[in-house]
Design a protein around this ligand. Structure first.
Ligand code: SF4
Ligand code: SF4
Length: 280
């Protein structure tokens, strides 16, 4: 049977994630837990239900979701809004179809590579100028290694320009296979300070830096666009950023960009029943 990939979003007409105009396929599942993450729905590697309280019509007129939930996971607040008790929710998704106000949403859908490619190719008219094409992002695309390779291979067969955004935390053998089918890699280097890296992302930077070194050795001509999200209290000192710039100086085919911190994803944490880790 053809391998399927779990994707949580497909974004058309993006101008910031590789050359030209691009279609971004967001893979679900990430090995890091960056405290500033603006896509919390990307983190878990399984489909999950999100819920927008603002849409709920209130228990005065509707309680359909509560009736359908076999786990008794849904209760109502004093003002009549549904609340998911996440410790009881099994992500069965039954409440989604029941809700007349579309307050619930499934985060994560299975696609075959062929189906995804057909969607991406609908935008091909935009790719002609500026070498646009497909960008795979996440989450972390390398977590779904075989599916990622299938998709990139198929994209190359269709002569699409390919780019991948990665946190770099993966088995190098998968990264190496993916790189064979990439025109650009957008590689995050967040901090050279391992202690802070663990504190703010949940993982050591050693695998990431080793992978980056190996990538430079094995793919000297591959365009590596390194990015650092500049996060208050984590890596926003001149010293921290200079260390990264110095580290990149002798690396081949590298460009570098610092990304500013933003809080666009804060609202999404509430829809998933989680707390934004950088609330303060
Ligand atoms: S997804 Fe969760 S809240 Fe919704 S019906 Fe299933 S168990 Fe209940
Ligand atoms: S089904 Fe939708 S509108 Fe009805 S109570 Fe549940 S969340 Fe609110």
């Amino acid at each position: 049977m053809e391998k399927k990939g779990l994707v949580f979003n497909i974004q058309h007409y993006s101008l910031h994630d590789g050359p030209g105009i691009r279609t971004i396929v967001f893979f679900k599942g990430c090995p890091l837990r960056c405290r500033w993450c603006c896509n919390p729905e990307s983190q878990n590697h399984y489909p999950e239900v999100s819920y927008d309280e603002k849409r709920c019509l209130s228990s005065e007129v509707c309680s359909k979701c509560q009736k359908v939930c076999k786990n008794n996971a849904i209760i109502f607040s004093a003002d009549g809004k549904a609340i998911i008790q996440r410790d009881k929710c099994s992500n069965c998704m039954k409440c989604i179809a029941e809700c007349p106000a579309k307050a619930y949403k499934k985060e994560g859908t299975d696609y075959t590579a062929a189906k995804l490619l057909a969607i991406v190719e609908q935008d091909s008219v935009f790719y002609r100028s500026g070498n646009g094409g497909l960008t795979v992002s996440g989450g972390e695309p390398l977590m779904q290694g075989q599916f990622l390779i299938d998709l990139l291979k198929a994209a190359k067969k269709s002569r699409l320009s390919t780019a991948m955004e990665t946190c770099g935390y993966a088995d190098y053998s998968i990264l190496k296979q993916a790189a064979e089918y990439l025109d650009t890699i957008l590689f995050d280097i967040k901090s050279l300070d391992n202690f802070k890296h663990i504190m703010y992302t949940g993982q050591s930077n050693q695998i990431i830096l080793n992978n980056f070194e190996s990538l430079c050795r094995d793919f000297p001509h591959l365009h590596k666009h390194v990015r650092t999200p500049v996060i208050p209290g984590f890596n926003d000192s001149i010293e921290d950023l200079k260390k990264i710039e110095d580290y990149l100086k002798d690396k081949p085919a590298v460009t570098y960009e610092k990304l500013s911190y933003h809080r666009f994803g804060v609202g999404k944490y509430k829809t998933l029943g989680r707390k934004y880790p950088m609330d303060d």
